[in-house]
Design a protein around this ligand. Structure first.
Ligand code: NAP
Ligand code: F7E
Length: 320
C-alpha cells in the first residue's frame, strides 16, 4: 500500500487531496498545527478524518518535520502547508519567508539526509509571475517570474530550491504552479468565499453590505477538487518536472461579484462598496495560465469553468 504524507491537511487543498488519495487506496498521514481549538472541519465535511493519521508538526520546526517523515515513512510527500494569504504576507513577511520558503528546504534536506526514494510535490503558485505575461497575455512554464508580494518571493525561493535539489542531488521533487482554485471549502478571507459568503448573508438578511478592494484584478480561477488530481498526476510521472495548472480563462473580481449576486437573484451594485483600505500595497492584476504542458504530458484538463465555479461556490451559501 502506498503511503502519502500531506502537510497542511487541514487546509482546502489538503482536505480534497486526502479525499482523492483515500479513494486511490493510499495510507494517509497528515501534519497539523496544534492549537487550543481543533481545526478539522474540512476533513469532517468530507468525512475523511477517520482515515488519516494526524501528526502535530510546524513547517518552522525541523524536528517535528523529521518526526512526521519518520512516523509516516512516505512514498510521496505533498507539501501544501503555507502561510497562503497574500495580503497577510505584507504584515508577516518574515513568518511567510520561514514557512513558505525555508519550510520547503527543510523537507528537501530531510529527504537528502535520509537517502530514501521519497517523491516531493511542492505547492507553487501563479503569484510567482506578478506582472509578467507572455506576448499572448498568458503565463506558462517559460514565462519569467516577477514576484509582487512577500508571499510570492517566499514561494519563489521554494520553487528554485526544489529545482536545485532535483538537479544537484537527483531528488524527485516537482513544482505544481497552480493558478487560483476555489471551492465551498475555501478560507473565508479569500475573495471568492468572501463574496459568496456575503451573498448568502445578505440574501438571508444577516448583512447589508459587502466591502471589497480591487475589483479590476483578474484571476484564472479553477475548481480545487480537479486541481488536487493534477498534484497526484505530477508525482506519477517517470521524471520530476514543473507544471502550470490552470483553466486558461481570466475573469475580474467584479465579474465574480456580478455572477454570484445574479445566482441569488440580486443586483450587486446595491450591495458592494469599494474600500481603499482593502487594496494591497502591490497587487497582481492579470493572471491567465496556459496549461498546454499539463494537458499533453499529464493528460489533465479542467472541466469546471468560471460560471459553473461561481455557482458551486455560491449555491451552498444560499442553502445554509
Ligand atoms: P489553506 O487553505 O490556507 O491551507 C494552508 C494549510 O497550511 C493549513 O492546513 C494551515 O494550517 C497550514 N499551515 C499554515 N502555516 C503552517 C505552519 N507554519 N506549519 C504547518 N502548517 C501550516 O491553503 P490552500 O488553498 O489549501 O493551499 C494549499 C497550498 O497551495 C498552499 O501552499 C498555498 O500557498 C498553495 N497555493 C494555493 C492556491 C489556491 O488558489 N488555493 C494556488 C496556488 C498555490 P491551519 O489550518 O492550522 O491554518
Ligand atoms: O485575492 C482581490 C485581491 O486573496 C484575489 C491564494 O490562494 O491564489 C490566492 O491568492 C484578488 C486579489 O487570492 C478583495 O486584491 C479585491 O487581486 O482571493 P485572493 P490571491 O491573492 O490571488 C494564489 C494563486 C495563491 O497562491 C494564494 O495562496 O482579489 N480582492 N477585494 C480581494 N481579495 C481579498 N482576499 N479580499 C478582498 O476584499
Amino acid at each position: 500500500m502506498k503511503r502519502a504524507l500531506i502537510t497542511g491537511i487541514t487546509g482546502q487543498d489538503g482536505a480534497y487531496l486526502a479525499e482523492f488519495l483515500a479513494n486511490k487506496g493510499y495510507q494517509l498521514f497528515g501534519t497539523y498545527r496544534r492549537s487550543s481549538t481543533p481545526n478539522f472541519w474540512r476533513l469532517q465535511a468530507l468525512d475523511i478524518l477517520q482515515k488519516v493519521t494526524l501528526i502535530p508538526s510546524d513547517l518552522t520546526d525541523m524536528s517535528s518535520l523529521l518526526e512526521a517523515v519518520t512516523i509516516s515513512d512516505p512514498h510521496e510527500i505533498y507539501n501544501l502547508a503555507a502561510q497562503s494569504y497574500v495580503g497577510a504576507s505584507f504584515y508577516q513577511p518574515m513568518l511567510t519567508a520561514e514557512v513558505d520558503g525555508t519550510g520547503t528546504l527543510r523537507f528537501l534536506e530531510i529527504i537528502r539526509h535520509l537517502k530514501k526514494n521519497i517523491k516531493l510535490y511542492q505547492a507553487s503558485t501563479s503569484e510567482l509571475y506578478g506582472d509578467s505575461i507572455n506576448r499572448d497575455g498568458r503565463q506558462d512554464e517559460e514565462t519569467k517570474f516577477l514576484p509582487n508580494s512577500p508571499y510570492a518571493a517566499a514561494k519563489l525561493y521554494g520553487y528554485h530550491i526544489v529545482k536545485i535539489y532535483r538537479e544537484a542531488y537527483g531528488i524527485f521533487a516537482s513544482n505544481g504552479i497552480l493558478f487560483n482554485h476555489e471551492s465551498p471549502l475555501r478560507g473565508l478571507e479569500f475573495v471568492t468565499r468572501k463574496i459568496t459568503n456575503a451573498v448568502g448573508k445578505i440574501k438571508s438578511g444577516f448583512e447589508k453590505k459587502l466591502k471589497l478592494g480591487n475589483l479590476e484584478s483578474a484571476r484564472d480561477w479553477g475548481y480545487a477538487p480537479e486541481y488536487v488530481e493534477a498534484m497526484w498526476l505530477i508525482l506519477q510521472q517517470s521524471k520530476a518536472d514543473d507544471y502550470v495548472i490552470s483553466t486558461n480563462e481570466t475573469h475580474s473580481v467584479q465579474e465574480f461579484v456580478e455572477e454570484a449576486f445574479a445566482a441569488a437573484g440580486m443586483d450587486w451594485e446595491k450591495y458592494v462598496e469599494v474600500d481603499e483600505l482593502l487594496k494591497r500595497p502591490k497587487d497582481v492584476v492579470h493572471l491567465r495560465g496556459d496549461n498546454s504542458k499539463a494537458k499533453e504530458i499529464l493528460n489533465w484538463q479542467p472541466k469546471v469553468k468560471f460560471k459553473k465555479l461561481v455557482r458551486i461556490s455560491t449555491v451552498p451559501t444560499l442553502a445554509e
